[in-house]
Each structure stands twice: as structure tokens, then as C-alpha cells.
Design a protein. Sequence first.
Lengths: 425, 906
Amino acid sequence: MNGPKLPLTKNIEIGRAPFTLAQYQAAGGYVSVTKALAMEPKAVREQVKDSGLGGRGGAGFNTGLKWSFVPEPDGGPRYLVVNGDEMEPGTFKDRLLMEYDPHLLVEGVITSSIAIQASQAYIFLRGEYKAAEKALQQAIKEAYEAGFLGKNIQGSNFSLDLCLHTSAGRYICGEETALINALEGKRANPRFKPPFPQVSGLWGRPTVVNNVETICNVPGIISYGVEWFKSLGINGQTGTRISGVSGRVKNPGCWEMPVGTTFRTLFEDFAGGMLDGYEMKAFLPGGGSTDFLLPEHLDLPMIPGDVAKAGSRLGTSLIMVLDDKTCPIGCIENLMKFFAHESCGWCTPCRDGLPWTEHMMHKLETGTGSMEDIERLEEMTRYMAPGNTFCALAPGAAEPLQSGLKHFRDEFIEHVQHGCKYKQH
Amino acid sequence: MAKINVDGKVFEVDPNNNLLQEILSQQVDLPYFCWHPAMGSVGSCRQCAIIEYANDEDQRGRQVMACMTVPREGARYSIEKAAGFRAQAIESIMINHPHDCPVCEEGGECHLQDMTVMSGHTYRRYDGMKKTHNNQYLGPFIGHEMNRCITCYRCVRYYNDYAGGTDFGPQASHDNTYFGRFQEGPLESEFSGNLAEVCPTGVFTDKVFSKHYSRKWDLQTSPSVCAACGVGCNINPGERYGTLRRVVNRFNDEVNGYFICDKGRFGTGYVNSSERITVCMSRDTHDGRPVQIEADTARAQLKAMAGSAIGIGSPRASLEANFALRELVGADNFHAGVSDAEFGLLNQVLDIYSNRPVNIANIRDIENSDCIVILGEDVTNTAARLALALRQSVRNLGKEMAAKLKFPNWQDAAIRQLAMDRKSPLYIVSPHSTRLDDVAKTVHIASAADAARIGFAIANALDNSAPAVSDLSVDEKTLVDQIVADLKAARQPLVVSGTSLLEPALLNAAANIATALANGESRCNLALAVPEANSLGLMMLMQGSGNTLGKALGSGSKQAIVLENDLYRRAPARAVDSFLGGLDKLAVLDTLQNRTGEAANLVLPAGTFAESSGTFVNYEGRAQYFYSTFPAKAPILSSAKWLTEGKKTEEILAEVAASLPGGAILNKLTPGADFNFAGMRAPRQHHRYSGRTAMRANISVHEPKQEQDEDGIMNYSMEGVPPLKDATVFSSPWAPGWNSNQSLFKFETKVGGPLKQASHGVRLLDNSGAANTWYDATVTKASGDGFSVFPVYHLFGSEELTSRSPAIGEKATAAYVALNPADADKLGLAASDGVQVQHNGAVPVLLRNSIQPGTVGIPVGLDGLNFQDMTANVSLEKARDWQSPKGWRAANIIVSDRSMKKGEAN
């Protein structure tokens, strides 16, 4: 079980330029490509499946299992698409990986493409990530020059092209089917599933869409094996993941840690706790579209099932801390404004429900809200519930609101009666 | 079939359809917006929410959208239990919708109004600002009021996905999504008018109607048939205060389905024209001035001509009117009012349909075809509705791909996504580029004669007993091989051609291909476009007679009766002049004043299709009966009545039925004169028709007697029983709670299926042709000096009556000549120059790469040039002192010029 303890960030040093291909290879890079080329594609898929690697984009679905839904090759093109449209509020982990170790992602793309027998891969990159764009362009160029991309990779029969696509920017592009539409040059509206992208995705062909961090885990799994990967996790989990903290903490940032680490370890040991003079009131565990958790939940391990039991979602596992001097109503209003603006406009509850929600939050925050508004906000969270909408955007948007109404109900009522007390300071 | 339980009721449903469609087919109400029977499901509006229960124990269930759900055998569903969510959905849909229903032309027939009421949204709780948008000018046909938009995406799914439009689309996003053009300007699609019916509210409206709109229940309507081309789309015209206000689609699953073209919808303005002939006139031969005469005098004068006059019929007049003229003058004296070239071609169409083993393709056959060869015909401009059907046929490959992966057939977006640009093969052989080029596998530019040669070669390659063609070029041979391979692989091939290029060999070639593909019972689909609403009906009445128009013009007759026809559009002006000049007495029955009418001694005002009943026979040989919409204003009468001294239309039809071989089937066209509902006739006016006693009060406070319709089974009033359960007499679809055209499903046997008890029309040409009989592969190639002429048709402008409707006039262009740029260079012509066409005056030049060098496209029916005056070859030269006619623009004429280099198209 030899292998690095922090496989995702071992090459990363803030302030230093990312590794060139030579440096990256010297640090053990691109081993997984050679290994995977010598394996049956199915064996590569099995190995990833056995590792227990879950998707790091928020849903946490087993990656190898997702790959197994791709039908057998029929001679036509198949695609791997990397979702680098990191736009979830409070989330900045993929940025770290792409800016500081782009070759890890490129290696992951090649190895994953071997697994699903893709002939063309795309990295769909958030348009604002200029530094990542530059780093990836350089890495892709080097990989082509070294024969890791292009025709007959490393003398094998396997060929792969990799394109970097910089997004024109929309939150909805993080939804895999909307991302595919955007990649095709269409409006970024989600598609109905089924059919799933594995059957009919990009250009109507079998397609796998994975998050950047997910793909970055693949080289390690193939290079060092399933057992090594399993040994990295704690609390019954496998592998490592990047978690982080934003808000009024002493040391905001993101760090790689074993999957299964508790929120408290992240919050206290890595982020150093709250700034002096501030108390934690609540936190969003994994992005703007997750339910608020309270300080009492800090001892939960960052495991999707455990977080779900506490009434939230692990999401991207980058927590946003709400302190006692920030208005929770204002915080939620801000989130609703974001989500209402980022709705693609396809389905009714999201397109027309979110602006109305934002409107009521704005009334409350500006002291013109009513008790009826609070009731109606609760109604709205049920209206935008999963199953009622076309995709997960509106149900996600409803999460901070519904948990806010539960945890800060007194403050909502206070806003109706006296306006926002935080503003008066 | 699957058995499902909806709120305790058990239904047998088709699991291949989505749950919403099947629930509607059971006549159960379930609100929806984005789903459309012709366009499938996309699941965006969330209005058709329903609860699905996993099993009998499941009490909680799961909310699903019925339009995106496969009905499961044995499953339980509840519409009632999802009422709360549907009320929330409509409430949020309505937050930005203006409260302008009283001044909205859609009011009273608005699907949004209906669904708002049905979904239970009664009180507005949203207290914020409404989103507002700017509207666009979209041309003379369609009005735009974006503030009414509820973002159901139906417009873009219709206009872009279904109709192939490219100048329209959704813009921006979230609750600011905007549906319009990139820039203001006329919508380019020939089918834009359907937006007014597809839009569930008043965003896209019929602009012509909007200028003078009336509530749906205040319009007098009837089941009618479009008179604007040979397709015979079914329509419901609507009248109020004596003017025809609008035309909407009337569903006929075999002819036009849910959609009609813009010429049919917006081309009826001539009915209200100030150029209508409204009185009987006699022209004194001495001073040539017309004098108004009494109707009885006129009728007597007309009758007096019988026995000595020849009659000239019309392809735009009804079967009854033509028959009545034939009876009046005698069959020997009855002449077809079509050009001599067309006369031969139409007889050929009748021969092919009657004596060749083909399946005459209706619209459903066209949509189901999976390999199509179009020989010569520019269908978009000559039989537009068929072009829209052809656009659907190329999707069959994608549908087959989806079926293999077990996608439900109603999953529209998923099927389009899977297919991408993979299409069923459609081949176009045409003298110029056409609107359908974008969906064609190959567009081959060739003269009509060469297209015929290619057609004969295809037939020969399919069946070597068919006559061969010897001198194919390498390119032509390659094309033939490719087409033959695709035709052989096809499940349901289709050949499309028509009479418009005036090339007899083209029709023979099309017939030979279809014959070669016939295999026992399985016959090849064949569709042959014909020019006018009753072209085939007129020719059937000729019954093989050789009485061409040319024969009439050369007959030396001293008296003639011309039925609804401007002879100058049928024959060279010199021949017509000499014929008319030699007459002692000319009687003309027509609706609008024209050049022939100006020479008449006796003019009788004829009713348009909207004021007359009668029968048209369409391109398939399908006879369809149209009921007059409103009474003609005396002394205007339908031509058939003028010619028969007021016989009932149905009596004349019965005489036609008795006179035509196999014509007895015509008696099935109407329910019969004895037909009644509870002892009463069917009303043309809705029970809510308002103002009956008051609408003429400014003229006289005495309510006039209701106009009587001596024909048939409908009243010009609200008296009687409107058919609410079936479509026997289908004036206007309406059902309790369903005021808009979406109420149609209440009259269909199932969604998308035939209307209950409605007439589809009757096919007169069911053939019994034998295999292996061939037409000769003889093609006469034109020779001579100058440019070889071919006709170019315009949906807007080529047809005589519709071109005199104001909205069509705005879209129509003036005459031009279309040339290859290389030829223009030789003549020293620039794009802005004019061309002198032999002795026919000067017109602008239109440069298109798709025009073959040495040939010239001459538009038919446009102002400034008469195609009938052209010889087979014409000489051209640069016009001197040329100034472009005002408003001349080359845009949108002979579109999709594929071979044109980027940026060169003008």
C-alpha cells in the first residue's frame, strides 16, 4: 500500500508555478495511463468501482458504476466530459486542482477515457477561471507533445483528443445535461432523463460527465490500487477529498483530507475556528444549495449519508459559515437572488417561483414583509421540491430557505415586526 | 393496451403514448401548456402534474408530469391529489401576465384563461413588479406582445423544431426569457401563422385579425376548405359585420393536421376587397361604359346565351359551378380554363393516379415516408402544406434510432438530440435551390427535362423492364445510384413531383419510379402537386374531352361565358385579345375585377369561397365540401347559383355525382339535406353570439329577418343545436371549459386521430393500376437561341386571388428575372441592374448561383411580367435608364442558395 497520503494535492504549493510535464512525471505522474493501456477497459472500470470513489460534484454517486451504464462500443464516437464549471456558491476546490496541478486532471482524463473507451474528451471550464485555463492549455499542449494525447497514445491502439472549452458562464452549466447542451452551442437548458447521457449525451452519443476532482482521483486508484485508496479514508470511507471553509473564520481555505473527516476537524483544525468576536450561528455544509446545519452538527463526519440524516446534503463539502453578526435573512435573500438569476427559464417552479421567493425575502429584509410572506415562503419550498421541477436547481435553491425557516424562524418574525436588526448596527 | 386507474375510474390506454395524451383521449380534463399533440412532450410547464402510486398499498404516491410519464399497466393515478401543485404552478405562471384580457384579441379563446380557471387560480397573491419586455415588428402576418408570454416554449418548438425556421428563437434566460427574432423584421417561415394557434395565449396573434378582432363567439363560422392552392387544407373562416375577419386551421388528419400555410391563413383579404364585383353590370357595346342592371335582367341575359355561347371553366371555381356551366353550354362547348400546357399535365396526373400501381400520398403518408425523391416541384411555393409534412418525414430515421433504444416516441427533445443531423434521405432535383434544401441529403440542380431523365434512369435502375435513359453524365449516374440504393432500403418511399414546371416527362418519370417500387400490395407513395384548388375537379368534368382553352380561343365563337377566370393568366395576351375582340357577347362571373372582366358585356358578381358552398377536388383527387361562411350580399351569388337559376348546391352536387363515373361517392360528402340535430339545423353562430338585435340598430331599429341558407344543413344564425360531441358539421371547436382551439381533442376519436363523424372528404381516384406498365422515357429538350425559360412560383404573389389580399401584397415581390451570375456578367449586368425581357418590358435581375447558366427563371403571376407571354427561349439585355421599382428587394427569393459563397447571397 505504497502511495501518497494526499494524492490530490501532493504536487501543489501555493505561489509556485504548476509542475511541467517533466516535473509531474518525475513525481510519479502518468503512470496510470501506461497501466490502464495495458489493462482491459472493463478492468479499469471495475477497479474504479471497487475503490468506492464517489462523484465529487455534489451527488456522490459511485463513479465506476456510472461508467458501467455506458453501452458497449458500436464503432461510433463516445465522449468523456469533465465538469469544471465550478459555480456552486462557496465552492473553490476544482480551481485549486486545475490551477496548481493541471497534469493530474489531464492524466485522469486519459485514464478515464481508456476506461470508457472515449475517443474525445472535453474539459468544460468555468469562464472566469482564467488562470486554470492557462495552466490547462499548457498541460494539454505538453501532453500532446509527449504522446499522451492524440493518435496511438504511447504506441497503443488507443487514441484520444482533449479539448478545453471555456464556458460563457451560467450556474446551470454545472448540471450535466445543461452542460452538454452548452457544449453543443445550444441554450444551457437541462435535458430530461432518461435517456441518460451515458446512452445519448453529447451529439446524441454515449457520454460520461464527471467532476474535476472525481477525475483527479482516478490516476491514484489505477497507479496505486484499490487497497491503497481504501486506506486513505476514515470512518469507513475511502480516498481523500478537498474540503474547505469560507466565512468569518481565522483561516479560510481548502485542504485535502481523508473522506470521513468531521466538520469540526475541518472547521477548527484547518480553518482555525471563528474570528475573534464572532460566533458560529450555522453553516451550509456543501455550497449554497444545501440546508443549514447548526454548531451542534459539527461532529458529523463529512459523509453523504450522515449529513442527509441530519437534514442536509454534503454537496461539495466546502462549508460556508454564518456568523452571529450577519443577518440570516439577508444571507438567504442573497442566495435566492443568485438562484433566481441563474434559473435557465425552462420550467415554471424555478423560473417563476424563485423570483417570487427573492421578492418576498427582499420584503422581509427591507422591513416590508408580512407573516403571510413567511407562510408563502414555506409554501414555496414545497412548490420547488424535488420531482416538481425539471432539474435539481430549484430544489437545491429551496434548501437554505427551508432550513433557514426552520432554524431562524424567530428572526424571520422579528424582521416582520421590527425590520432587520443587523442593519441598525 | 394498458389498464390504468385514474381517480377510481379504469381506462384502457395505449402505453406507447404519454399519460397526458391518453388521459385527454379519454376526454378527461387535465391542464397543460407545453405539450402539443403534433410536437410531443418536453416537460417544461409542469402544469399536467399528477400523482402516481407505486402499488395498491402506496397511499402517498409520487408526483410526476403526465406528459413525461409512460402509462403503466395496472397503475393508479390521481389528478385530484395533485390539484394543489397545479394551482401553485398556474399562480406562478401568472405573476408576470398582464391583466389585459379585455383588450386582448385572444380573450375568450385563450388556453391560458381556460387553464387558469381549470387549475383553480382565482386570487392574485403576488404583489411585486411584473417583468416587462419590448415587442418586435414581425411582419404583416404576426403580432407580438411579449408581456403576455408564459414561457411555455411552444412557439420555438413549433417555429424552429417543427417548421424548420431559423430566424426566431428564445433569448436571455430565467424569468427574462424572450421569444423573438434577433432583430425586428418579417418572420421568414411560410408557416408563421400557426404561431397564433400554437401560442396558448396572446403573444403571437394573427395581425390581420387583430386590426379588427372580434370575440370567437361573435364570429360566424363554417367548415370550409382553403381555396388558395391544390392541397385543400381544411379551414374555419370567421365573419362579423359582413367582413371575413380571419381563417383558422380546421383539423383533418389526412389533409392538413394541425397546421396550414400563411397563404391560406392570410390570403383571404380579397374577400373584403374594394375591388370586389358587387353589382350586375352590362356594358353597352356603343360607348363601352358599364351600366348597373338588375339581377333578374342579368340572369335572363345569361340564360339567353345558352345554346350559342361556349363556356370556359375554372380551376378555382367549385365542381358545382363548373358543372353548372357545362350543363348550361353543353359538354361540347365547355372548355377547360387552364393553359394548354397545364391541360395536358393535369390529364396526365389523372391518368397516373387512375392507372398506375401507386398510393396517392396524403399528408400522413408523406410524414411516414423514410426516403423521398422530389422531382422538380418547389413544393414550398406550389403546395406549401406538403413541404411542412416533408420536413417531418426526414425525422423518421431519428425516430427509428430512438425506437431501437426504446425511447418513447413522444420524447421529442430526446429524439431530436439522438438524431442530431441524421435524417432520412430526401433528394431534390430542381432547377433552383428551394426552402427544403436544408433537410435534403442531396440537392441536384437540373432543368425540368434533365430532372425527368434522372427520374427515368432511377425507375430503370429499380426495374430493368422500365425504359432506360442512355446519356447520363457521371454526376447524374452517381446521383441515380445513390437514390436507388436509398429507395431500395426504404420501408416507405415517396416520390413527389407536380405540374408547375410544365414538363410532361417529369410526371411520367415520377410515375415510373413509383411503379418500379410497387411490389404487390405494397405501393410507393406518390404525390403530384397541382396548381389550384379545383384543378383536378375541373379536369374530371372534362371527361377526356379535348376542349382546351386554345381550342376555345381559336373557335371563332361569337359568344362566351367565362367562369371565375382571367384568361390573360392562362394564354398569351395576343391570343386572348384576338378572341375577346372577336366576340359579340362575353359574360363573366367573377369575384374581383380583372382584365378579362373589363372586356365583358355582362358581369355577374360571384361569391367567394366564404360566401358560397361547393366542392373542390385536391391534388390527391380528394373531393371536399365547403360550407359558405356568411351570406353573400345581394346581388352577389355563388357562380353555381347564377348558372342554375338558384339550384341548391347539394342538388347540383348530386347531379355531378350521377354524371361522373364512380362519382356516387360524392353523395357522402355532406350528411345530406335531411340531416338535423334534434330536428334543427346547425347554427353558424355560437349560442353566445352577441348583438343580434342591436348590431344594425344604427341603420334601423327593426331587427332584420335572419338570412336563410337555402343550401344544406346550416343556419346563418344562432338557431339550432351546435355539435358539441362530434364534428359532423365542424364550425368551430368549443367544449365546456375549453374555449380555445385546444378543445379539439374533445372532437377527436383520440388525440391526433380522426374527428368524430367528420368527413375527410372522399377520394375519387382509387386506382387499380397494374405493375410493369411504363411511360416512355422520351424527353424533348428545348433548343433555340436565347435563354431557356423556366417558371418560378411564389407562395405569396403567384396565385391570382390571394395576391390581392393586403397582407400577402406586403410579402409579395415585383417580377424579376433570375439568372446565374456568370450569365449576368456576359450581359454586363450588376445585381442592381434591370433586364429587358424580349418585348415584355424591363424588370430587376436576381442573381443566384443555383440557376443554371443559359437558363432564366421567370416568376409566375407577379406584377410586371406575364409568364404566359414568354416563349420557350427569350433574349435578354441590359435595361437602359433603369431604376429599381420601389421597395424591390432580392431577399428571401429563391432562398437557400447553397452553392453561393458566404456573404454573396443578397
